[in-house]
Write a protein that binds this ligand. Structure first.
Ligand SMILES: Cc1cc2nc3c(=O)[nH]c(=O)nc-3n(C[C@H](O)[C@H](O)[C@H](O)COP(=O)(O)O)c2cc1C
Length: 220
């Protein structure tokens, strides 16, 4: 199948911890040949500097993503400034496969849950919701307050996929990349994009056909 002819995925990166998840997601989508419409908030740029030591051009500059991705990835990315409400992804008439906000701050999550679109990222999520397209949010906060949980429940009931950035450990991760790939892989899996980024649970080596381990829940 010619992936380039598929509708683009909108990816939003917000200023919660774990911006590296969003960068890894963009790279993984690009590797499958998909197009990505990318928007990044001001807070996300700050977190990129704090967590990853990344010095990027100002968000206003069209070459902002150049510091984040290889040429091959950039060929698949259309970058939009997060305040540019004139960008195509702010309209439902622009066809997309859906949107993934990764990581999703509690602030952006709240705006999306309440239909309060103050920037392009929130507007694009609002459009995704109203057009009944796939919307995946990857929240990162701990602990969650009741406000966070209520917002997530509200969104979940509207059909939004809430995929917290909490990697499983059953594949015995050895390095940070393994943890990142697990979360990104779960998201791709969820939206039906083939991935080998994470190892699937195939049963414990101790499990016997006779069901000696019966009753033990399988990890998710
Ligand atoms: C280093 C750093 C880490 C942060 N981590 C989180 C986090 O894990 N979750 C969260 O909801 N907010 C976090 N914040 C706060 C958000 O950046 C802040 O609420 C911001 O207004 C979010 O804006 P945005 O949703 O437009 O990106 C963090 C801020 C900084 C500077």
């Amino acid at each position: 199948m010619n992936q380039a002819k598929q509708k683009p995925w909108v990816v939003g990166i917000t200023g919660s911890s774990g911006v590296v998840y969003g960068l890894c997601l963009v790279r993984a989508l690009a590797e499958t040949g998909r197009e990505i419409a990318l928007t990044v908030t001001d807070a996300a740029r700050i977190v990129m500097r704090e967590e990853l030591g990344l010095e990027t051009p100002p968000l206003e500059q069209p070459d902002f993503p150049n510091a984040l991705f290889s040429k091959e990835v950039l060929d698949r990315v259309r970058y939009f400034h997060y305040k540019d409400l004139l960008a195509p992804i702010s309209s439902g008439s622009f066809p997309t496969a859906g949107m993934i906000v990764m990581p999703c701050s509690m602030s952006s999550l709240s705006q999306i849950a309440n239909g309060a679109s103050q920037n392009l990222l929130e507007r694009a999520a609002d459009v995704t919701l109203k057009e009944k397209r796939r919307l995946v949010l990857v929240p990162r906060e701990t602990p969650f307050s009741a406000v966070h949980l209520e917002n997530m429940l509200k969104l979940s009931r509207l059909g939004v996929d809430i995929v917290p950035a909490n990697p499983g450990f059953y594949a015995r991760p050895q390095k940070i990349d393994d943890l990142i790939n697990f979360v990104v892989g779960k998201v791709l899996d969820l939206v039906g994009i083939e991935t080998e980024l994470f190892q699937r649970w195939k049963g414990s080596p101790e499990t016997t056909e006779s069901g000696a381990e019966a009753g033990k829940a399988a990890p998710r």
